[in-house]
Design a protein around this ligand. Sequence first.
Ligand SMILES: *Cc1c(COP(=O)(O)O)cnc(C)c1O
Length: 386
Amino acid sequence: MLFTHLRDQLQRLESEGLLRVRKMMAGPHDSHVKLDGRDFVSFCSNDYLGLASHPALVAAVREGAELYGVGAGASHLVSGHNIAHHSVEEKLAKFVGQPQALLFSTGYMANLGVVTVLSGRDGVLFGDRLNHASLNDAALLSRAKLRRYPHLDIQALAKLLAASPNNRKLVLSDAVFSMDGDIAPVPELLALCERHNAWLLLDDAHGFGVLGAQGRGVLSHCNVSSPRIIYMATLGKAAGVFGAFVAGEKEIVETLMQRSRSYIYTTATPPLLAHALLKSLDLICAEDLRRTHLANLIARFNNCLRLERWRLLPSQTPIQPLIIGENRMALKVGAALAEMGILVPAIRPPSVPPGTARLRISLSATHTAEDVERLANALHELERTV
Ligand SMILES: *Cc1c(COP(=O)(O)O)cnc(C)c1O
């Protein structure tokens, strides 16, 4: 009986074109990969700057292992907090222009931590409809009411805020939307939060390292700063390593450290990763060339793609979503690209709204202009033939 239920569920996923299958990568992460003995160019990853297998980071991990061993051995508040964690927190805070920062093991956990601590059963949350799943899950865990507003709809958010008498308001937004690639209107969000005395949590998972001067992220990109902003970014995407951090006013960071269960009740990240992150930050900061090259690739892709049936969403970030529509068609196009040696993930509900299955093309500084042209040409051909 129990198994029948699971089998039926899996069967249903299969018949709706929603069953997920994992690709098994064998070597280091790169935009040129070998899979089952064949060469592919991959447009799948969030490694926007191409740091995930950078020799300097590999060396830093080795050095970190020599200095600190492998495991942290305990949670941060017990004895797992190491000078490498401490140094990277200081460096991160400075880099994003915030008074203080706190490392979390993952971005998912960072969002759970901030939302549950700053809001509670008696708070109200306001979130963009296309926010990342971790922000929505955080809202559920906090037990606060979550009011969702249509994607980027500032007017709708203004109405919701004005209608709420609650004095513990927290607005949640992706800074760069992970499946659409567009950038949140941060100055407008901040102005609304100021008017209605709300906190603003910005999840910059896809902007950190990519946007702003030297890759300092969305706050630098939008030239905003405010004590009511809680800035969160992940370190497993452009930074090429693993983990996440939250930065903001001292009282916020101190409160998170004291009260966030997703910070307290988990083993500290291996210090060797914190050590590698110090190096990663140096590279992010120093190598503007990577961002310039990436910007050129984004422009080139947008200039050379001419499609009729499928629609490329407007995006200035490395996330370039191509809307196909139907789940099976998205899978079919993805499979046809793979036949041509090009990997692009087909993203289906529930990661995106029903009817908007898409190819989530993500560009990286490790791509060449030829890679991007090859992808565009393949899409031109498939639009006529699939
Ligand atoms: C990837 C991502 C997260 C989760 O970060 P992890 O460190 O991978 O857990 C959170 N928010 C957004 C917008 C993301 O894209």
